[in-house]
Design a protein around this ligand. Structure first.
Ligand SMILES: Nc1ncnc2c1ncn2[C@@H]1O[C@H](COP(=O)(O)OP(=O)(O)OP(=O)(O)O)[C@@H](O)[C@H]1O
Ligand SMILES: O=C([O-])CC(=O)C(=O)O
Ligand SMILES: [Ca+2]
Ligand SMILES: [Mn+2]
Length: 664
């Protein structure tokens, strides 16, 4: 390309001379005749004398949270100052050492700010110093970063946390450290007189016991670590969109990443609600990377996630994986809600224009988030719900989507939700352009995006809905023998709900691997606290009462097992789900499969009929039968432990449920 071209319309530099015939017009600097001083009078003057003043103009003070209510009332509303003090008192009480019996000295705000504007500190910083203390730790102040906004949390993360970057999407990329998934073997629950009777213990149970004393040792360790920091993050938020069963949670953490994650995942209080927050119902102490002490009784690794239901507290030591907080609170809900006759569910949930609600159960990676996020339906939530006398409610205020191989065309709503405010965990990006690469598994395959639910355009806010019409059980069957969809009887629904089957492929690196069958009771054995039959009895009672239909949908393999077949196209699964929602599938013609005795439709609009019965898709019919029998055997073996339990009051259902399993 010519830089000095003479053709008309072509960009060129003036070569020489004062006017450059084909070049840019010459810049004239008007010399103001006699004036010695150069005045910059290009705009109105700035209203500041110093740079500090200029900066103070840039940020205006946030509007007072609530207009003072009823000034005529008998009690004047407390002053802002007083409210801030009460807040810090409450947080100091949360962070109090149980041996010193006094909370730490707290000051609100970013420690880095103080030096910037020292004179303003008495205005913007609220201090709370409880009582005189004689230890060094008692002399020190801990800064509290309380319910910061996403923008503030971005700044904290980028400034102080390695591995935090703004990506070209606007989302904040973070690293969760050594742990990129949950650590179920390090999750412990305090066994006391009450929980010994109430909870599910022993074989198959996720509740690994610990005693109260050991809990307190770990709690003290976390609290001392957090108070030793210059600053900690505190989130006061809610769980459960059902206003009658809302739970107030406080999360104390060391990282902006954790604070932003929970800001997105829990329900965000309005400023008015925050003023009236008071004492939390449940508190998490997340010490993140700070490990537990291996010399402490019960500890088997440097990680421990400890739940104490009596104290309404959870302690996290030695893992920064944020999903631990989300799912830890879910466990708490699995305890609290059934006590109130409310069923807690590891399911996604959405609603059609006619108010028809569907639940999507399934283990990790089976499609709860993908399939509940549906452009034609209202999203109630993607992962954790309650089913009460009144209907369904989401427990959370956000979604937690898998990002591996995310594509704009297949999952447009999730793709578009990855923007400013969203936390991306362990996703790889280009170091220069900051473009995300969702196909890259360098850090982990479990890459995730956490975003507020309102980032999905058709989210139903408030996230509540009427009683479900369809209950869809998702299984990603890497054996490739379960049909893409089957209609279930109530007994079959219960059988598959209690079984909680999925099959994943262990490793994909060195060639073909055996699919690994996983059975996880209630599609969430890692989070339930009571015996699975308790939840199953509630589900069956509710489904019967509200006449919900159960479905089993295989989002896994077709045409052979992993290695020879392939995963069912998401487009087909979506068509199947559409037919369930619309009611057309309920009216279809059905045939029954051998072994599992599943009712399968002969036709679904938009889905090739030959794939509906998996036997058609296998070229080796003997291999199909062998694999089918193998899976049937795995189901049967898994169910053995449940055959001795009575479900419901009469126990009649138990026999029906056992009979609804595979027969061969
Ligand atoms: N036919 C299919 N149906 C559903 N999902 C599919 C299908 N084929 C591929 N997928 C992919 O499988 C994954 C399903 O993951 P999803 O996030 O929905 O899991 P989840 O059930 O919400 O798990 P978790 O409880 O861990 O959040 C997505 O990455 C999706 O793109
Ligand atoms: O909790 C997590 O890390 C992911 C999740 O949703 C699940 O496993 O069900
Ligand atoms: Ca999910
Ligand atoms: Mn989940």
């Amino acid at each position: 390309m010519a830089t000095n071209g003479t053709d008309k319309g072509e960009f060129s530099f003036a070569s020489s001379g004062s006017t450059g015939r084909n070049g840019l017009p010459r810049i004239h600097t008007h010399k103001k005749s006699q004036d010695e001083i150069c005045h910059d009078d290009s705009g109105p003057p700035v209203k500041a004398q110093t740079i500090d003043e200029l900066h103070s103009l840039q940020k205006k003070k946030s509007a007072p949270t609530t207009p003072i209510k009823g000034t005529q009332g008998t009690f004047a509303a407390i002053s802002d100052e007083e409210r801030q003090k009460q807040q810090l008192q409450s947080i100091s009480a949360s962070l109090a050492s149980l041996t010193r019996e006094t909370g730490p000295k707290l000051v609100k705000g970013d420690p880095a700010r103080q030096s910037e504007t020292p004179r303003a500190s008495h205005v913007t910083h609220h201090q709370y110093a409880p009582t005189l203390s004689i230890s060094d730790s008692g002399l020190k102040f801990t800064h509290i970063l309380y319910n910061l906004s996403p923008a503030e949390l971005y700044e904290q993360a980028i400034k102080y946390e390695k591995g935090s970057f703004i990506t070209s999407s606007g989302a904040l990329a973070t690293l969760s450290g050594a742990k990129t998934g949950r650590a179920p073997r390090d999750k412990r629950v305090v066994k006391d007189d009450t929980t010994a009777d109430e909870l599910w213990w022993g074989k198959g149970s996720p509740n690994i016991e610990m005693d109260e004393h050991t809990f307190l040792v770990n709690r003290e360790r976390a609290v001392d670590y957090l108070c030793s920091l210059e600053k900690v993050f505190v989130n006061d938020q809610f769980l459960n969109w059902d206003p009658n069963h809302r739970i107030k949670v406080r999360i104390v953490s060391a990282r902006a990443y954790h604070s932003l994650f929970m800001h997105n995942m829990c329900i965000r209080p309005t400023p008015e609600e925050l003023e009236e927050f008071g004492t939390p119902d449940f508190t998490i102490y997340n010490a993140g990377q700070f490990p537990c002490n291996r010399y402490t009784h019960y500890m088997t690794s440097s990680t421990s996630i400890d739940l104490n239901l009596a104290r309404r507290e959870m302690v996290i030591l030695g893992t920064q994986y944020a999903g631990e907080m989300k799912k830890g609170l879910f466990s708490v809900m699995h305890y609290l809600m059934p006590k109130r006759q409310i069923l807690s569910l590891h399911s996604g949930c959405n609603m059609g224009k006619e108010g028809d609600v569907a639940l999507f159960f399934g283990l990790s990676g089976t499609g709860k988030t993908t399939l509940s996020t549906d452009h034609n339906r209202y999203l109630i939530g993607d992962d954790e719900h309650c089913w009460s006398e009144k209907g369904v409610s989401n427990i959370e205020g956000g979604c937690y989507a898998k990002c591996i191989d995310l594509s704009r065309e297949k999952e447009p709503d999730i793709w578009n939700a990855i923007k400013f405010g969203t936390v991306l965990e362990n996703v790889v990006f280009d170091e220069h352009t900051r473009e995300l690469d969702y196909s890259d598994k360098s850090v982990t395959e479990n890459t995730r995006a956490a975003y507020p639910i309102e980032y999905i355009p058709n989210a139903k806010i408030p996230c509540v809905g009427p009683h479900p019409k369809n209950v869809i059980l998702l299984a990603c069957d890497a054996f490739g023998v379960l049909p893409p969809v089957s209609k279930l009887s109530l007994a079959q629904t219960m059988y598959h709900f209690i079984s909680g089957y999925t099959a994943l492929v262990a490793g994909t690196e060195d060639g073909i691997k055996e699919p690994q069958a996983t059975f996880s009771a209630c599609f969430g054995a890692a989070f339930i606290m009571l015996h699975p039959t308790k939840y199953a009895a509630m589900l069956s009672e509710k489904m019967r009462k509200h006449e919900a239909t159960g479905w089993l949908v295989n989002t896994g393999w077709s045409g052979g097992r992993y290695g020879s077949g392939s995963r069912i196209k998401l487009a087909y699964t979506r068509k199947i789900i559409d037919a369930i929602h619309s009611g057309t599938l309920l009216k279809a013609n059905y045939t029954k499969t051998e072994v599992f005795g599943l009712e399968i439709p002969t036709e679904i609009e938009g889905v090739p009929s030959e794939i509906l019965d998996p036997v058609n898709t296998w070229s080796d019919k003997k291999a199909y039968k062998d694999t089918l029998l193998k899976l049937g055997g795995l189901f049967r073996k898994n169910f053995e432990v449940f055959t001795n339990y009575k479900i419901g009051t009469e126990g009649k259902l138990t026999d029906e449920i056992v009979a609804a399993g595979p027969i061969f």
